[in-house]
Design a protein around this ligand. Structure first.
Ligand code: TGC
Length: 388
């Protein structure tokens, strides 16, 4: 059974509109033609294929759910399906689309002035400019309220000082959405990365997301004009509302990685002969495949449900936490089970499974760890916060 027939036969294909199916088909074709042929080598070489950024823009995938000038204005389910297809190839490319569209562009769309939107959104949608989202700091990504990066007024300017870590694409970005504490609470700033005092260094030694770039960022007395402040963002609800967008994309994306693992497992199970018959003819392998399928289907239906809620304007952060926690947890479990079906070959890059598994460890941690989303749900159920 192929991935395509998995979605057609058991999953949600028939619940989608023609437009949604068309977005999914476009993303699947892009992933098949432009990412899959090179991804194992790029992962091995720690290579981010910069030239694909403009191609993603040409496909309309960057900021595709935004209604602003130059953006496709697609529905939440269409956007989710694109995340699903890209992450079926590699989490790094879905992450790129998330950082660009759901974090950087969505911050500008939600909170930017008309001038900021006009300057940045159309070229970012085309993939001519790259944005990054500088929220997390080295001393703990889970508690942005404890951020130490500060922005102080100096005449008409703001001067920003601090350090950020795990900032996707920062070393390649043209603009950073920087979140900093001020005397009036947390505020967001658009900082062109050529501004003196801004520096970004790619983090080396990663065994996950190797075809993607995450960075340390230093802001050393970075001076920007008052017009660099995002006028609509006040307090931590600003960055958190952008994280909601990115977490929503992960709900779909992680299931894409899971689908790829399930697909190669089925292919292997029906062709690999052991003890004189295909391993897929054994009850143990069939049980594994059946359990993987059940969790995949449940994850997809949850993603679709959340997408429809989002389109209706009714999706809550708590519901997003349910989806992010479930999708990544189950995708990792599916990847691990797939590895056992592939036997020893499963640890090699002849199959995508270890790459997905390694990538999903990052996805499990960023945009709110399993633990944070668990505690968000615990608070929703009890009314009691247990974060500390
Ligand atoms: P608290 O500090 O009390 O609340 C602050 C304000 O934020 C509001 N809020 C939200 N608003 C919208 N959506 C959400 N999901 C929100 N969560 C909180 C809250 O209502 C409050 O608003 P206001 O107006 O009253 O000031 O925070 P809390 O107690 O509500 O939340 C605690 C906790 C732990 C859930 C929160 O701190 C949290 O979500 N922590 C995890 C942060 C996280 O996900 N960090 C990873 C970011 S990933 C990254 O930076 C890298 S980007 C990817 C890349 O570059 O590759």
């Amino acid at each position: 059974m192929t991935a395509s027939s998995l979605d057609e036969a058991f999953s949600i294909d028939h619940l989608l509109s023609d437009e949604e199916r068309s977005w999914a088909a476009k993303a699947r074709a892009f992933a098949t033609e432009r990412i899959r042929p090179v991804i194992e080598q790029d992962f091995e070489d720690k290579h981010f294929r910069r030239e694909l950024v403009a191609e993603l823009g040409a496909q309309g995938f960057l900021g595709m759910h935004l209604k602003d000038e130059g953006c496709a204005g697609a529905g939440a389910v269409s956007y989710g399906l694109v995340c699903h297809e890209l992450e079926a190839a590699d989490s790094g490319w879905r992450t790129f689309v998330s950082v660009q569209g759901s974090l950087a562009m969505s911050a500008i769309s939600k909170f930017g002035s008309d001038e900021q939107k006009a300057e940045w959104l159309p070229p970012m949608a085309r993939g001519e400019r790259i944005g990054c989202f500088a929220l997390t700091e080295p001393d703990g990504g889970s508690d942005p309220a404890a951020m130490t990066t500060r922005a102080r007024r100096d005449g008409d300017d703001w001067v920003i000082t601090g350090v950020k870590r795990w900032i996707g694409l920062a070393a390649l970005a043209d603009v950073a959405v920087v979140w900093a504490g001020t005397d009036d609470g947390v505020r967001g700033f658009l900082v062109p990365t050529t501004t003196p005092g801004f520096s970004a260094t790619a983090i080396d030694g990663k065994l996950s997301m190797r075809a993607s770039v995450q960075c340390d960022v230093v802001l050393d007395e970075v001076r920007v004009p008052a017009s660099a402040q995002l006028p609509g963002a006040r307090g931590l609800s600003g960055p958190f509302s952008c994280l909601n967008e990115a977490r929503y994309g992960i709900v779909w994306g992680a299931m894409g990685a899971a689908r790829d693992c399930l697909e190669v497992s089925i292919a292997r199970a029906t062709t690999r002969q052991v003890f004189g018959r295909p391993i897929g003819a054994t009850q143990l392998i069939q049980e594994k495949l059946a359990n993987m399928l059940v969790e995949y289907e449940k994850g997809m239906l949850l993603a679709l449900h959340l997408g429809r809620l989002k389109e209706a304007g009714r999706l809550t952060p708590t519901q997003i936490s349910v989806g992010k926690l479930n999708s990544v947890r189950e995708a990792l479990a599916i990847a691990r089970e797939a590895r056992t079906i592939l036997g020893g070959d499963g640890i090699t890059n002849a199959f995508p499974v270890m790459r997905h598994m390694a990538n999903l460890e990052s996805v499990r941690t960023y945009e709110g760890t399993d633990e944070i989303h668990t505690l968000v749900l615990g608070r929703a159920l009890t009314g009691l916060a247990a974060f500390a």
